[in-house]
Every structure is written in structure tokens, then in C-alpha cells.
Design a protein around this ligand. Structure first.
Ligand SMILES: Cc1ncc(COP(=O)(O)O)c(C=O)c1O
Length: 381
């Protein structure tokens, strides 16, 4: 099956008891057993739920993986991966990534004795330089949030080879429509399904996909032992969202391209970060590992001031000022004070995340309306 068909049908059978074409929401906490140990494969809903099971299968298929596991948020999914490690183990992560991931690593797991190295992953040598006997995980975000850097997944997987090191890719920005990291040698794919998979900005959800049975079993053990599982209604919403991912992503890409070019041509705009520009440093790799460039981008003003950024953010009418991304509606965000506020300013500026940087999640509205909105807000400054 091709991707569009897989997204609609993958892992889904009509409900055996009624023929319902859409997987029902099994809103139950437990299951009646015939006798101790004699049941229909479901014992207690933290460990198993039929709606979640169907979604896990569908998500695995969307990422060309054998297994999927769902969590109550993207952060909970990331948390489960790091829980595979032991004190003294080391992680190599990018120096540009979602602020909440950085917070989890640096404020929660660092205290538990896990050592994190943050490097510029554009140059593979920086990763190679931090590899040690204790390295157990390489955490990649690509494209990165919010600077849209592109990391060569196959090159990182090649570096690791047969070593006992997991390569995990946060694929939230690309979605399975644009990129399938397992095809390039990653061991785990992670998504904040709150974003492109959930679609309508009405659910918080996360997931992990992988091929290796033993790795799946370890992560399943963490899922049920730590208990960060999503409710069945949330699983239903993500399952529904997945079915139209391909249609929406085509529009996100179309609108994204037009808006990136509009911003770049505007005299008040400084830099535009979008990996579809041919002169973007990651363009060649993005063209190799992605099927399109998406609707995520960031830009700065020539006058790089927080005040100007704030004024702009209060001036748009269609673009809503909000954290999150990937929904049908267009959003703008100020990483320095919102999604990435947990990163110290010095660190942020050093990594290129400047004060006036605005992150844009281009939605699926009419692109002319979106350009008019941005143009009105920028020209009013
Ligand atoms: C790239 C990325 N990864 C992970 C997360 C965390 O996901 P959640 O908010 O679903 O916990 C986010 C949230 O914004 C994100 O943008």
C-alpha cells in the first residue's frame, strides 16, 4: 500500500462486534475475566486498551515500523525513552530542540545521573567527538525546533553502526508524511501527536515507533509501569487525525512555500529559516530524507528586538499567538519567551535563537488570506 492508503486503512478493521467502520472509543478501566488468567487479551486499561491498540498499529504502519506505543503526551514519550538508560549513561542531543525536551533532559534526568552533551548536529564530527563508552542514546530532532536545521539521519545511524547506542528521532515537525526516520536507520521514532497527527488542536498525545521486539518490550514495560498512557478518547482523536494527514500536509507544504518566499522578500524581515530554500544549509539532506519541506518556519526582523516581536505578535488577525504547531489553524509563537523560555538566554543566543525570532506554523487556510494577514501585521510596525 502507498502512504495515503496506509494512513486511512493501516491497522484498522471494522469493529468485530458491530461492523462500525471507525474504531470505537473503549472507555473502560478494566475488563471482566472468565477466570483468573483467562481473558480476551485485556486485563486492565493502563496495560491494554483496544482503541489504543488500533492506534499503535496504525502509527507503526505510518512510520514503516513494526511496533507503536502511545503515551499521554510527546514529553511522556520522550521520558519513556530516557528511562531506558541508567545513571552514568550518556546522551548526545542537538543544541537546537524543543525547549520542553531540553528541560526534561537538563532539569529532570541530569539529576538522576544521566549525562547530556548538546552539540551542533549539522556537522556529524561534533557527534563523533562526543561518543564514549557510556553513550547509550543519540537524540535527534530534524528539522529542529525552531531553527529548522536538518540533521542527516542516515549519517548518524552509520556512525553508530552495531554499537549499543540507540538513535531516536523526534519526527514531530516533519510528520510521517514527509519523513520516515526508520528507513534511514533510526531505532526509534518519536512524535508529539499533539501536532500534525492530532490535527484539530484538541488533544495532547505522544507516541514511539520501533522495529526491534526487545526494545518494544522494554518500552512497553515502561509504558505500563510508569503509567503515562493516553485515554481512549484521545487515541480516537489521533486515529481520526491520521486519516487525513496526507491531504493536510500537501496544503501545509503548498502554503509554507508561498509564505517562506513572501517573508524572505519583505524589506523588514531579517532571516527566514525554512529548509525548502535551495541555499538553506540542510537543503541537500532535506531533499534526500524528506518528501517535502512542510509548513514550519521561523524568521527574524532586521531590527532584532523583543518589543518589535511582541508588537507583531499582537497584530496578526488570522495567525493566532499560541504555543503548539501542526494544527489546521495557523499559529505564531515567540520561542524566546514561550516554547524555549526554559533555555537560558546566553545559551539560546549562542545557538542562534535570537530575541526577535518568530516561529510560524502555517495552517491550511487560504494562503492569500495568510499572506495578507502577515503583510498587514509587518507593515503596521
Ligand atoms: C518538536 C517537539 N517535540 C516534542 C514536543 C512535546 O510534545 P507534547 O507537548 O505533546 O508533550 C513538542 C511540543 O511542542 C515539540 O514541538
Amino acid at each position: 500500500m502507498k502512504l495515503s492508503t496506509k494512513l486511512i486503512h493501516g491497522g484498522i478493521e471494522p469493529d468485530p462486534s458491530t461492523g462500525a467502520i471507525m474504531t470505537p472509543i473503549f472507555q473502560t478501566s478494566t475488563y471482566v475475566q472468565e477466570a483468573p488468567g483467562k481473558n480476551k487479551g485485556y486485563e486492565y486499561a493502563r496495560s491494554q486498551n483496544p482503541t489504543r491498540k488500533v492506534l499503535e498499529e496504525a502509527l507503526a504502519i505510518s512510520e514503516n515500523a513494526r511496533f507503536g506505543l502511545c503515551f499521554s503526551s510527546g514529553v511522556a514519550a520522550t521520558d519513556a525513552v530516557v528511562r531506558l538508560l541508567s545513571p552514568g549513561d550518556e546522551v548526545i542531543a542537538g543544541n537546537d530542540m524543543y525547549g520542553g525536551t531540553y528541560r526534561l533532559f537538563s532539569k529532570v534526568f541530569a539529576k538522576a545521573g544521566i549525562k547530556f552533551h548538546y552539540v551542533d548536529m549539522l556537522d556529524i564530527k561534533n557527534i563523533a567527538g562526543k561518543l564514549s563508552e557510556r553513550t547509550r542514546l543519540i537524540w535527534i530532532e530534524t528539522p529542529t525546533n525552531p531553527l529548522m536545521n536538518v540533521v542527516d539521519i542516515a549519517a548518524v545511524a552509520g556512525l553508530v553502526g552495531q554499537k549499543n547506542i540507540l538513535v531516536c528521532v523526534d519526527n514531530t515537525f516533519a510528520s510521517p508524511f514527509l519523513q520516515n526516520p526508520i528507513d534511514f536507520g533510526a531505532h526509534i521514532v518519536m512524535h508529539s501527536a499533539t501536532k500534525y497527527l492530532g490535527v484539530h488542536s484538541d488533544v495532547i498525545h505522544g507516541c514511539l515507533m520501533m522495529n526491534d521486539q526487545a526494545l518494544r518490550d522494554e518500552l512497553y514495560f515502561i509504558q505500563k509501569s510508569c503509567g503515562a498512557v493516553p485515554g481512549p478518547q484521545d487515541c480516537f482523536l489521533v486515529l481520526r487525525g491520521l486519516k487525513t494527514l496526507h491531504l493536510r500536509m500537501e496544503r501545509h507544504c503548498f502554503n509554507g512555500e508561498k509564505i517562506a518566499h513572501f517573508l524572505r522578500a519583505h524589506p523588514k524581515i531579517g532571516k527566514v529559516y525554512w529548509c525548502g530554500f535551495e541555499d538553506h544549509p540542510g537543503y541537500a539532506i532535506a531533499s534526500k530524507q524528506m518528501r517535502g519541506f512542510g509548513g514550519m518556519m521561523s524568521f527574524t526582523f532586521k531590527d532584532d528586538s523583543i518589543d518589535l516581536a511582541k508588537k507583531f505578535l499582537s497584530s496578526t488577525k488570522i495567525f493566532a499567538l499560541a504555543e503548539s504547531l501542526g494544527g489546521v489553524e495557523s499559529l505564531v509563537n515567540h520561542p524566546a519567551t514561550m516554547t524555549h523560555a526554559s533555555i537560558p538566554r546566553e545559551e539560546r543566543i549562542k545557538n542562534g535563537l535570537s530575541d526577535s525570532l518568530i516561529r510560524v506554523s502555517v495552517g491550511v487556510e487560504d494562503v492569500d488570506d495568510l499572506i495578507d494577514d502577515l503583510s498587514g501585521a509587518i507593515n503596521s510596525l
